[in-house]
Structures are given as C-alpha cells and as structure tokens.
Design a protein around this ligand. Structure first.
Ligand SMILES: [Zn+2]
Length: 89
C-alpha cells in the first residue's frame, strides 16, 4: 500500500480570509477584464469579478453569503453582489 503525500498547492497554502460577519471563507476579488475562465469561476462562486477598474479604495475580498465586499483590512465593507453576471448569459 502506497502512502500518498499530498503536495500543498498554492491555493491551500494561503490562509483563507474569513468574513468578519458570518465567518465564512471569503473570495479574493479579481480586477481587470475577465477572461472565460474567470467567468466560469465567478459563476461557480469561486471568484468575484470586481470590474475593469481598480481604485485605491477598491475592496479586496467578497463574501457571497453576506453579499458584501471588504477592504483589505476588513474595516470597511460595501454591499455588492454579482447579480449582473446572470444578465450576461
Ligand atoms: Zn459573510
């Protein structure tokens, strides 16, 4: 019987950000023009498309449970959802 050593992937090595409200794992917001892979991920709620423009105060993390986006230090949050994704089908 072979023992499989699970190599740690980059994704699991990074500490997932937890939502300060519901404590669920948040997703990093991706900025820029989304490619087809990002669209797919966004529809599976594995990514959040922040849009083409990134500003100094643009949020970094998104909680799909609360539908809120948080700044990097989690001190500020804005209501944001990806309902518009459904319109793009
Ligand atoms: Zn939450």
């Amino acid at each position: 019987m072979k023992t499989k050593i699970n190599s740690t992937t980059a994704a699991s090595a990074t500490n997932p950000m937890k939502c300060p409200i519901c404590n669920k794992t948040m997703i990093e917001i991706v900025y820029g023009v989304p490619n087809s892979e990002l669209w797919k991920k966004a529809k599976q709620k594995k990514a959040f498309i922040g849009g083409c423009c990134v500003f100094e105060h643009s949020p970094r993390f998104h909680c799909y449970n609360c539908r809120k986006s948080f700044s990097e230090d989690l001190k500020t949050s804005i209501d944001e959802n990806d309902d518009w994704l459904l319109l793009c089908d």
